[in-house]
Design a protein around this ligand. Structure first.
Ligand code: SAH
Length: 212
């Protein structure tokens, strides 16, 4: 069983390489991370397909291709130590980050998802992810600055407070827009921010306000 699932994760990595993911470290980590652990029993047979899947509460686990590309972008910008993720969701993206960066901070507004994600990460012996139940628009000021910030839900406008939590030289990757979204990359140079448009993407919204 383990052997089969291991093969499944590695076949997913092979598929992503064919789709254009070139970062070998990211592919290696995807090949060794059991995505089925982050998915409900009834959908497990789809765990190693390159698709987003529902995870309950109206949320989704992101498409593996986009997980790989966003993670690779952080690495391309020299991120290695401290990363903030907004939108823990299933915990899959956190698990990938945890294996590539020293320390990961992850914020989720739905408590039930956060608990489940924490359990799954421990199940995989990943203990370098700190989690917070809170509003991602606010980031995690007490742990700032971050070398990298990755937002895994679509923001209607640039989350200014997150930009302020970036370290000098740091990078934030964030989908911006409502129905139509662009994946944006912001880099900080002192108090100047450069922005770059990467791709058209589709994420669930970064909900403003209340946590549940
Ligand atoms: N990284 C996740 C993707 C989950 S989908 C994964 O790999 O599975 C996006 C997540 O963002 C959802 O879990 C949703 O509840 C969360 N989210 C949406 N708005 C938020 C906000 N304002 N603050 C924190 N989390 C938020």
């Amino acid at each position: 069983m383990i052997g089969n699932l291991q093969r499944s994760a590695s076949s997913l990595a092979e598929l992503l390489a064919k789709e254009g993911v070139t970062d070998q470290r990211v592919l290696e980590v995807i090949a060794h991370t059991p995505r089925h652990v982050f998915i409900d029993e009834v959908l497990k047979h789809k765990a190693y397909q390159n698709t987003a899947l529902p995870i309950g509460q109206g949320q989704t686990i992101s498409q593996p291709f986009i997980v790989a590309q966003m993670t690779a972008l952080l690495r391309q910008h020299g991120v290695s130590s401290k990363v903030l993720e907004i939108g823990t969701g299933s915990g899959y993206q956190s698990a990938i980050l945890a294996q590539l960066f020293d320390k990961v901070y992850s914020v989720e507004r739905i408590k039930a998802l956060q608990w489940q994600a924490k359990r799954r990460l421990h199940q995989l012996d990943l203990y370098n992810v700190s989690m917070k139940h809170g509003d991602g628009w606010q980031g995690w000021a007490s742990q700032a600055p971050f070398q990298g910030i990755i937002v895994t839900a679509a923001a209607s406008s640039v989350p200014e407070q997150l930009l302020q939590q970036l370290d000098d030289g740091g990078v934030m990757i964030v989908p911006i827009g409502d129905a139509e979204q662009k994946l944006m990359v912001y880099t900080r140079h002192g108090n100047q921010f450069n922005q770059q448009v990467m791709a058209d993407v589709r994420f669930v919204p970064l909900v403003p306000g209340d946590i549940i």
